[in-house]
Design a protein around this ligand. Structure first.
Ligand code: SF4
Length: 693
């Protein structure tokens, strides 16, 4: 760590990495960060942090940061540095020109789960009010959009049900498709503490994760084949229903009984038993039965899940299956229980809350609702389009077809993070104006015509909302190096396009959000300063926020059971592609590594490796550390092999933090049936020895 003398003052702010939302004291000397100290009064972290939040902030000062706006007519041309005004005028002229030629709906934008609530709110406002369409989507499309769909369908709201403190009352922890030890380390520590105190652990994951390997805990591990989540969840439900373990009093009082009966009849069918599904799922029926009994009868049962649930062709179905299980056992609506999506990025929850979906205004209200639209129209002084806009994959398809020609992307490297890279390249290449608003010239910027420099979390005021719906302040500790805060950049672009927005500080943006969003009605910067943070809903009914939801009833009224039929993904193994690839993260890196790889105040030794079972490695003559070629129907990449029995025979696993790995070159085009969330977690591949990249 480079430490620059003694600090002179400190500012409390929030980590910009994962959805835990740790609070930090940035200890400063002038405009330089001396160190980041985990804040003891941070309600999400209580003085703890992981290596990323503590040390990986150096990217703010990285030499590759772009600090001046740049433009170019064609992507073959060199970039030209220009003033902010020239960049805004150039971008606005191009976007308006596209609308004139191709129609109002030929442009759109993508918000970022890394940006603040206020920045995200402004981008969707620019698109709905300034562009005149609803072609706004969020990078949550590729991670937690099934959470939004599944939890809204069953409970009536698109968010986790508990606060992190709730784990202290949990007796059974069920983790599915998540590896909190790597991806949510500070919360994982709290989980492990509770497990050491005697809580039981069930892990449903194709891989023996760090949580399973934890020396202090004996986990029930269900190592399922990738793509069979729904079958496993239905088999768990089968045991609970057929062995009489349903909490009937809870279901009768809180849920729709006839829907429950239909669901119970479905899961009870012999085809859904652990024994009938064992060959498909690869899970030992005895272990599955023990897991079901433990969850249903072991006291307070809490479910935590991640992208191993959502990034599947049945991602939404699995979220619904999880909710069904919680309702059937009465594990909802009090401390210690619940359904808890572990959000990957710092502000996934917030970016969804702020109206980043093409069909929803802030607060998850459908754009077609006249009364809701009236409110926004009155305050924004515009007429809004009632038709839902395009999702990200639809934008790409329309670009290739020649009907979507202009895109504003804030804080997201879509070329690296979205599936089917060659299709994304084709879409970006076809567009006439791509505006990238980011810290670095990322891969997407190779196809951009306008580059608007962004600012890091250390340079901004605003709020993030973590995985437990906790809204926390992000406080500016230094002046934006690019000379303009991100919210001001969006306003500059809006003005150049002829849509006026006037705010003098992000607190005024939050005041507008509160005025238009019932779940945020009681939120203000004054309240956040006073209380430290609040969890939405925060309004007249709950002025200090809501740690646990659905206590007296579900937001939608009666809880809704939905039949979850297992449907196999279209991605199949076969003689040419006999192995299934699934993906995950390591602790020291973050997503595509744009920030962690550019932080040199700590040494980040890592590379993406392919974990392969000894049996599969031997068959292919692969030794530990060998280069291997990983090939799917979509593409291929090269990386080193790590031989381990953490994965089962037939399954391989890699991380996706380094651009050279190009993991998304090999992922498929399949996606969740309800939300188009890509099926990143299941790809049929072949593996062979290679001489290297
Ligand atoms: Fe940041 Fe998440 Fe680590 Fe906390 S656990 S310091 S929020 S990356």
């Amino acid at each position: 760590v480079i430490e620059i003398g003694q600090p002179e003052h400190s500012v409390v702010t929030t980590c910009a990495y994962c959805g835990v939302g740790c609070a930090f004291k940035a200890e400063m000397r002038g405009e330089e960060v001396v160190r980041m100290v985990p804040y003891k009064d941070g309600k999400a972290n209580r003085g703890h942090s992981c290596v990323k939040g503590r040390f990986a902030w150096g990217y703010t000062n990285h030499g590759e940061r772009i600090l001046k706006p740049m433009i170019r007519e064609r992507i073959e041309d060199p970039w030209r540095e220009v003033s902010w005004d020239e960049a805004f005028s150039f971008a606005a002229a191009k976007m308006r020109g596209i609308q004139k030629t191709y129609g109002r709906d030929a442009i759109g934008g993508i918000t970022s789960s890394r940006c603040t609530n206020e920045e995200t709110y402004l981008v969707q406002k620019l698109i709905r009010a300034g562009f005149g369409n609803n072609n706004v989507d969020t990078c949550a499309r590729v991670c937690h959009s099934p959470t939004g769909y599944g939890l809204a369908t069953t409970f009536g709201t698109s968010a986790g049900t508990q606060d992190f403190d709730s784990v202290e009352d949990t007796d059974v922890v069920l983790i599915i498709g998540a590896n909190p030890a790597s991806a949510h380390p500070v919360f994982a520590s709290r989980l492990k503490k509770r497990l050491r105190q005697g809580a039981k652990l069930i892990v449903i994951d194709p891989r023996r994760t760090e949580m399973v390997e934890s020396p202090h805990v004996k986990a029930l591990h269900l190592p399922l084949m990738p793509g069979t989540n729904v079958a496993v969840m239905t088999a768990l439900a089968h045991v609970i229903v057929t062995e009489g373990l349903v909490n009937e009093a809870f279901v009768r009082e809180r849920c729709d009984w006839s829907e429950f009966e239909e669901w119970a009849a479905f899961v009870s069918q012999p085809k859904n038993s652990p024994e009938s599904t064992a060959i498909l799922t690869g899970v030992d029926p005895k272990v599955l039965r023990e897991a079901a009994r433990t969850y249903a009868t072991g006291g307070n049962g809490a479910i935590y899940y991640g992208l191993g649930v959502t990034e599947h062709s049945q991602g939404s179905t699995t979220v619904i299956a999880i909710a069904n299980l919680a309702m059937a056992t009465g594990n909802i609506g009090r401390p210690g229980v619940g359904v808890n999506p572990l959000r990957g990025q710092n502000n996934v929850q917030g970016s969804c809350d702020m109206g980043s979906f093409p069909h929803e205004l802030p607060g998850y209200r459908h754009i077609s609702g006249d009364a809701v639209r009236d409110q926004f129209e009155a305050l924004w002084n515009v007429k809004l389009n009632p038709e839902p806009g395009l999702r990200i994959p639809n934008m790409f398809d329309a670009a290739v077809e020649g009907t979507f020609m202009g895109l504003y992307v804030q804080g997201e490297d879509i070329l690296q993070s979205d599936p089917n890279t060659s299709h994304v390249v084709a879409a970006l290449s076809a567009m006439e104006c791509v505006i990238v608003h980011d810290l670095f010239l990322n891969e997407t910027a190779n196809y951009a015509h306008v580059f608007l420099p962004g600012s890091s979390f250390l340079e901004k005021d605003g709020t993030f909302t973590n995985a437990e719906r906790r809204i926390q302040r992000v406080r500016k500790v230094m002046t934006p190096k690019n000379g303009m805060a991100d919210w001001e950049v969006t306003i500059g672009l809006a003005r150049a396009m002829g849509f006026e927005m006037n705010y003098s500080h992000p607190s005024e943006i939050m005041d507008e959000i509160a005025a238009l969003t019932p779940t945020f009605a009681g939120v203000s910067y004054a309240k956040l300063d006073e209380l430290g943070s609040v969890q939405w809903p925060c309004n007249e009914k709950a002025p200090e926020g809501t740690p646990v939801m659905h206590i007296d009833g579900f937001v939608r009224g009666k809880g809704k059971f939905v039949v979850t039929e297992y449907v196999a993904t279209d991605e199949r193994t076969g003689p040419r592609y006999p192995l299934l690839l699934t993906t995950g993260r390591i602790l020291s890196q973050y997503n595509v590594g744009a920030q962690t790889r550019r932080t040199d105040n700590v040494i980040w030794h890592s590379e993406d490796r392919l974990e392969i079972h000894p049996h599969d490695a031997e068959q292919r003559g692969v030794r530990d550390g060998d280069w291997v070629r990983l090939k799917s129907r979509a593409g291929e990449t090269t990386l080193r092999a790590e031989i381990t029995d953490r994965v089962a025979p037939g399954v391989v696993y890699t991380t996706f933090h380094h651009p050279d790995t190009q993991a998304n070159v090999i992922t498929t085009d399949y996606s969740d049936w309800a939300t188009n969330c890509p099926e990143y977690k299941v790809t049929a591949v072949q593996v062979s020895r290679s001489n290297g990249p």
